[in-house]
Design a protein around this ligand. Structure first.
Ligand code: SAH
Ligand code: SF4
Length: 399
């Protein structure tokens, strides 16, 4: 099923009001916004707490709803700021309940023409995971990944990262007083939120957008607002070694490593960043990841590529390499995309690999591919946004 918003292209006015939405703002952004309206410091603190509650706990979509804020201030907020979300340009719902949204981000400055990112929701019986993007496209070129074929357009801002969760909660009726859509397999029950977990496994390399990602985690995990536990926020990296320890210190989230190979020679081919940060350095960084313990294990992702990295010898070597690191191993069946040079390993091969890992004492769930019918599975995301050519920018400037 695919729903396309017919009004999207016409809403240019909304696109031009860049930078004014308070959705996704940090507490200090909100304080700055209130200061710009002339509020005194002693009032700002109280108002920030109120705005925070309305925006993140209640999911307010208009300043009018904020009844504990006086009318004149509401009017002033209304005049200078918005509570706009990125526009949902398309929503696809897979037969297995996975939902993929294509979001149109308004321009962040005069030069930006706006961008599109994808965001995927994966419901299970006891949890709902939202897979969010950190960049439009990716500068890295892992050979099995569709996103890697899209030229990087830009980093997402902290607000845009947070807005992906807000849009998901809007669409899933996951704010107080809302009703979940009737056509979905959405976890429900006392105290169960439709979105309970977040993984940074959409488009982009989160550690190449470090500050925005860390600040976004701060907003997502704030207990007075969106309230996601940091233990339920996982950041996946292809291995930007120098940023791994700082990530643990600053974001304090869970870590996932896209390993995919046990020898440098092969990993260089699959994840070219390995030439800069080889396996040994990567695993050393994991050993000393701040906060790592048996209760807070690092997830190692391993995509199963037929005849490339899926032999029993490689499974044995994987176990040897991870010795001493509190780890979970996540075997991901390769998701094909148009033009990809790889195939997914046979099911028996995946099972044999998984048995070796399991017998060595690791939980080794094979990640069931979700949303394959709507190209929403790992590594299949790619939006049509391209960098504007110099000529197009010039034309724009002249216009
Ligand atoms: N850039 C980060 C996060 C996004 S990719 C990273 O690489 O970790 C999220 C996960 O999907 C990574 O483990 C990535 O290696 C995996 N992936 C990419 N393409 C895939 C494909 N076609 N099939 C299965 N998994 C894929
Ligand atoms: Fe980028 Fe991750 Fe895809 Fe590699 S796997 S190209 S790092 S998004």
């Amino acid at each position: 099923m695919s729903i396309t918003d017919p009004h999207f292209a016409k809403d240019e006015a909304a696109q031009l009001r860049f930078g004014t939405s308070l959705v996704g703002a940090s507490r200090s952004d909100l304080a700055a916004a209130l200061r710009s309206l002339g509020l005194a410091d002693r009032e700002i603190r109280m108002r920030v707490a109120q705005l925070w509650h309305w925006i993140y706990f209640q999911g307010a979509t208009s300043f009018d709803m904020m009844l504990n804020i006086g009318k004149p201030l509401r009017a002033s907020l209304q005049q200078h700021y918005t509570l706009e979300r990125p526009q949902v340009v398309a929503e696809q719902i897979s037969l297995d309940g996975t939902r993929k949204w294509l979001l149109r981000l308004p321009p962040v400055d005069e030069r930006d023409r706006g961008a599109e990112v994808e965001c995927v929701y994966i419901p299970e019986t006891d949890r709902g995971t939202l897979c969010i993007s950190s960049q439009v496209g990716c500068t890295l070129t892992c050979t099995f990944c569709h996103t890697g074929t899209q030229k990087l357009v830009r980093n997402l801002t902290q607000r845009e990262i947070v807005q992906q969760l807000i849009v998901a909660r809007d669409r899933l009726g996951d704010f107080p007083g809302q009703t979940p859509p009737s056509n979905g397999l959405i976890p429900s029950g006392e105290g169960v939120r439709a979105v309970s977990n977040i993984v940074f496994m959409g488009m982009g390399e989160p550690l190449y957008n470090f500050d925005n990602v860390c600040e976004a985690v701060g907003v997502l995990a704030d207990g007075d607002g969106l309230s996601l536990s940091k233990r339920r926020i996982t950041i996946s990296t292809s291995g930007v070694v120098p940023q791994i320890a700082p990530l643990g210190d600053r974001a304090g989230s869970m870590l996932a490593i896209s390993l995919h190979a046990v020898r440098d020679e092969l990993r260089n081919r699959l994840v070219p960043l390995n030439k800069k940060y080889p396996i040994k350095d990567l695993l050393d960084a994991c050993r000393s990841y701040p906060g790592v313990s048996n209760a807070r294990r690092i997830t190692f992702e391993y995509v199963m590529l037929k005849g490339v990295n899926d032999s029993p010898a490689e499974a044995i070597e994987l176990v040897r390499l991870l010795k001493g690191i509190p780890a979970k191993i996540n075997l991901i069946p390769f998701n094909p995309w148009p033009g990809s040079e790889f195939e997914c390993s046979d099911w028996e091969t995946i099972e044999r690999f998984s048995d070796i890992v399991f017998n060595a004492g690791y939980a080794s769930p094979v990640r069931t591919p979700r949303g394959r019918d709507i190209l929403a599975a790992c590594g299949q995301l790619k939006s049509e946004t391209q960098k504007l050519s110099a000529r197009a920018r010039l034309a724009l400037d002249e216009a």
